[in-house]
Design a protein around this ligand. Structure first.
Ligand code: BT5
Length: 249
């Protein structure tokens, strides 16, 4: 397995680093290939949502992965990427970061990083995954819609960190946690649970395409789904959805 971030391809302005990585993966680019851009004109989140990507104020990174695991196990890689980002904030930048399921990184309750892992699956085999990571570094302000929910390293610490300064330690941690997720997925999931205040005994509301529920979190399943216990004691396994803290009535 090659080191993540090798080769590292740098671009000025692209629509989306995930789209570019996907094209390269389809063209046969090797595992570990990483792409960064100084800005994105069509940065994406989940379900086609927009990712605000102002020039040089954030890190916009996508990495091509070709894990030899069952598609059903790929959530462990998504969760491991959040662990790597959270550790980078905590240990390399001394910023207390939390993980909101599945993989939003929060600082002071606001989103500082979003992760979008997209997959190409072919007859029950992962052809490739694209791990896309956007980190807010030097924004002093955000658009009106994000002003109350987003933050950056500059806003939290007053320090201006460049994309390369964040990228170097992040790649080391991503490499470690990716290998762990492939070889020992339970270790990656356990680390996720340790690092997330949302993992257990957290009163949450979850909105997904087919249901809206409230309850208390009870950790992750072996496949990385979030277990939620409803008020009536029934347990549900959540595969996808939006988690927020439950408002006490
Ligand atoms: C995510 O989606 O959080 C995944 C974001 C992944 C972005 C990276 S950048 C490199 C790579 N190339 C891409 O095109 N994408 C990846 P989601 O959980 O769906 O959250 C999206 C929501 O976050 C939006 O609807 C906004 O509410 C909010 N948002 C948008 N830009 C933000 C920002 N810069 N900081 C904080 N929140 C933001």
């Amino acid at each position: 397995m090659k080191r993540l971030g090798s080769p590292l391809l740098r671009y000025q302005m692209v629509p989306s680093t995930n789209d570019l990585a996907r094209e390269m993966a389809l063209g046969g680019a090797e595992e570990g290939t990483a792409i960064t851009a100084r800005s994105q004109t069509a940065g994406r989140g989940r379900q086609g949502r927009h990712w605000e990507s102002p020039p040089d104020e954030g890190l916009y990174l996508s990495i091509i992965l070709r894990p030899q695991i069952e598609p059903a196990r790929s959530a462990s890689i998504t969760l491991a990427s959040a662990v790597a980002v959270a550790e980078t904030f905590i240990f390399d930048f001394h910023i207390q970061a939390d993980i909101k399921w599945p993989n939003d990184i929060l600082v002071s309750g606001r989103k500082i990083c979003g992760i979008l892992v997209e997959s190409a699956i072919e007859s029950d085999h992962i052809q490739f995954l694209i791990m896309g990571i956007g980190v807010n570094l030097a924004q002093s302000d955000f658009s009106k819609e994000l002003r109350d929910t987003a933050t950056s390293i500059l806003r939290e610490s007053g320090i201006k960190v460049t994309p390369d300064e964040f990228l170097a330690p992040l790649l080391v941690r991503l490499d470690y946690w990716y290998r762990t997720a492939v070889a020992l997925p339970a270790d990656a999931l356990q680390r996720w649970e340790e690092m997330s205040s949302f993992a257990r005994d957290c009163a949450v509301r979850i909105i997904s395409s087919d249901q809206e529920i409230e309850g208390k979190t009870c950790g992750l399943t072996d496949a990385g789904s979030l277990i939620v216990e409803l008020d009536n004691g029934e347990r549900r396994e959540i595969v996808s959805g939006e988690v927020s803290l439950r408002q006490r009535k």
